[in-house]
Design a protein around this ligand. Sequence first.
Ligand code: ADP
Length: 529
Amino acid sequence: MLGLMHAARTNGGEEVVTVTVAEGVHRYTYGECAARCRKLASALERWGMQQGDRIATLAWNGYRHLELWYGVAGAGAVVHTINPRLFKEQIVYIANHAEDRLIFADLSFVALLEDVWPELTSVEAVVFLCDEAHMPKTKLPKVMCYETLLAGGSDDYVWPMFDERTAAGLCYTSGTTGHPKGVLYTHRSSVLHAYAAALPDAFDACARDIMLPVVPMFHANAWGMPHVAPLVGAKLVMPGPYLDGKSLQKLIVDEGVTLTAGVPTVWLGLLAHLQATGTNLGGLRLAVIGGAAAPVSMIETFERDYGVRVAHAWGMTEMNPLGTVNGPTRATAQLTGEARWAMEAKQGRAIFGIEMKITDDDGRELARDGKVSGHLLVRGPWVVERYYKAAQPAVDADGWFDTGDIATLDTQGYMQITDRAKDIIKSGGEWISSIDLENAAVAHPKVAEAAVIALPHPKWTERPLLVVVPASGQNPSKDEILSFLETQVAKWWLPDDIAFVDEIPHTATGKIQKVALRERFKDYKLPTV
Ligand code: ADP
């Protein structure tokens, strides 16, 4: 709450701009936003919301979602951001597990809610994020209108005081295996995270910035951007559901966006649109790319063709979510050519507050030499200690959390993810990085997207299969891709085969769904077997 109140007092005239689902572009100031948060908190208390209650959202990035973040958490309750792209069973599971009392939903999710409603065990009503004129026709038995609810609140609401370790937010991991797991964020962890994220070598955010979180607020807190913007007093631009290249380009130019963040998949769409239309990115100066490895070719295109610096970032739901951001030091800023791209492709240095180490399978710490890779462990004030309602802690006796990622750490502190522990290819006792191979493959001009999975091999245990989506109108041959890869990676890393597909499946957070790909290719026979 502090961040927003600070913005309202010190930068109250600065704008929050939203592209809404059905009501056009909405603009107001931080001052007006803070006043509506007070009304919302008061209205929810009148409705019966208690401190500690879980209040869910199924919503795009927008001003009402922002009001919920600050209004609900400021009143001492917990905002549970549900990812609408999860499977129906997962949404039912997490809403019931969290015991959500209300779901605040955008109009895009009427059908989804009608579908899950009969299986929800704790939700008392759905509140649609619109005014009365836009209320949907629905079979849902208990619905309310957000603006009507808000109108019943008082302007004189006084924010309660409570311990800084009170829960403020709840987010579930997408759970590629087993049930999704909940991570609670406290006011303390979110504020400390926002301080660190705002720093010059991280988001480099200040009051003169115009920030566009493309990453959704339901994907690991939009990486803290909606906390950072009010904290520094930057203008905040919310894209609503419009995340295609054309809409993003227009929004970036029209609103003068200087700073943005999102996963590689959305930038693929944006760059394809720019290349097809010859348009540009106006005054955009920094794009934070994370959630999945940013291909070197993408970093190069942003910087060389559009003059936009890329800050490659890594984190996870369990970390609020930021762990590292790639910013140049005095030494690395001198690098040019290939060496520079290789440095920028790394996931970056730990932001202040996060400690990192890599270990072998027996938990012994490994060298920070930029070569040897191991299990990446993290520790810090915004790293999960215990999953929500879990019996066992999520960290070891010394507080270290095993991220499930495999990484290298170099002498200058730069971390590079080489794989997820479960995706790495174990070939003849050595590891092949599926991420490095994918990056190498997407650098080929005829490749739109690439994924590498391990297939069983009688001699080598596992060998890589490269799955490729050809660029539009292209029909690359296996040989031309293999000979291209030969110039990029060690010979023994070369995939044993290449499969061409129309589409690669993605998870709810836009990552390649390796589990689904492994299922699809489980009977595939490598030619060398
Ligand atoms: P979900 O699976 O729900 O999307 P997270 O967003 O928490 O969960 O995913 C965190 C994981 O995403 C990390 O452990 C890591 O494997 C991967 N990841 C995040 N950022 C990057 C990055 N820049 N490069 C490579 N992998 C990344």
